[in-house]
Design a protein. Sequence first.
Length: 103
Amino acid sequence: MNGYLIPANSKKSQLILGLFTPIDLAIFLIGCTITIVALVIIKTAALGEMILIISPALISAFLVTPVPNYHNMLQLITNIITFYINRRRYYWRGWCIRDGEEK
């Protein structure tokens, strides 16, 4: 029969650690680098300022967090924005002879 069965998670082997693409790791590393540099440069003990300083790492970690049925939160947010920006009125282009025209 020579039929090959491809497992459902075959794409995971192409990802780094089975979860991340190079872009995901770049986003996370840039967010962490900005946070570390800000922690070294800005000396503060206030809670509000510390939350602002570590926010790049928290936001980048949130964006690359895996989500079921999507690759990660960044992909989910991109799909939501694309859905609301693009046209949502779909026109019938079927296989019928009259193509939706009624007599």
